[in-house]
Design a protein around this ligand. Sequence first.
Ligand SMILES: *Cc1c(COP(=O)(O)O)cnc(C)c1O
Length: 366
Amino acid sequence: MVTEFLNLGAAYKELQLDIDAAVSRVMNSGWFILGEEVARFEKAFAAYCEAQHAVGVANGLDALILSLRALDIGLGDEVIVPSNTYIATWLAVSEVGASVVPVEPDPQTHNIDPARIETAITPRTRAVIAVHLYGQPVDLDPILTLTRTHRIALIEDAAQAHGARYRGQRIGSHGDLVCWSFYPAKNLGAMGDAGSVTTNNSVLAERVRMLGNYGGRRKYHNEILGLNSRLDEIQAAILSVKLPHMDDWNERRRLIAKQYSEAFAGTDLGLPTQPDYAECVWHLYVVRCPDRAGLVAHLDAAGVRTQMHYPIAPAEQPAYAVEAKELRDLPIARALAANVLSLPIGPHQSQTDTDRVIDAVCRYST
Ligand SMILES: *Cc1c(COP(=O)(O)O)cnc(C)c1O
């Protein structure tokens, strides 16, 4: 018996009739881009995120790129990013021609440490991108105080945080622009690539919409230099079927995380912490291991598949080799990359699988 890291087929099995009907509805409509399905999903997703606007885009990386461009951030500008994140956060900044300025995380939460941000701000800083890593909200209030004081923007990378709450309010409108991915493995996943930007700022929402649609509001009228990054009708229809299940699915993730945390409390593993401001949605359950290679080998032999998020920090990637010379030393991100291990978690993981993970981990880590 093997416990897979993730079972993406199970969500389809649960909702197969509804998903098949939604896809077939789009096929039969003969309308595939920018239609009713996208409009309906945008409205429902905005409401779910407690935001005024949602704009569908092609993927999470584009959500970040379009947000930066909506703020006119580009060559010569600096953007503060976490030193510990998925590479997309950095790539978006590089793509628009701006410079990444990495800031180290709090080693407990793995999220950007608000106390380290201010010293990284320069006259060229235009924005901070806060990433709600693993589904755990960043401490946003101190960052909002800083961004307001210094008149810079706050962009949130919420690709892992669908449904999470910060101080009781859903992630989706604390910052100027909030970027979402519906990559299949995310908590809310499409059956292909998809993304969105949510915001309470109607001007920025309109700019993101125009930028993603060739820079125009109307066909053949191009007001600004745009690109093509749109959510398509089939993905929107599928997402509309899944959205009402989000809270239930996140609750199932929470139950698994709770069992893990209770079972591993006495072990030598560094466990995820949940600050009182955060309602986490457990996109990933990540532990820090003193002996990661040993634990991975042991779990593999026990039939438990794991992953690492992420094994190499962005600053250590060959893609950033040139910039890396100018980047400050980032020991916390490097140490986390060497220690983190993600255990299986998901709304369709059986109790048998959860028990097997707990049993296997406890037999190794004492
Ligand atoms: C998945 C992810 C992205 C990118 O989303 P795509 O839809 O794959 O482009 C960006 N940031 C974070 C933190 C992610 O986890």
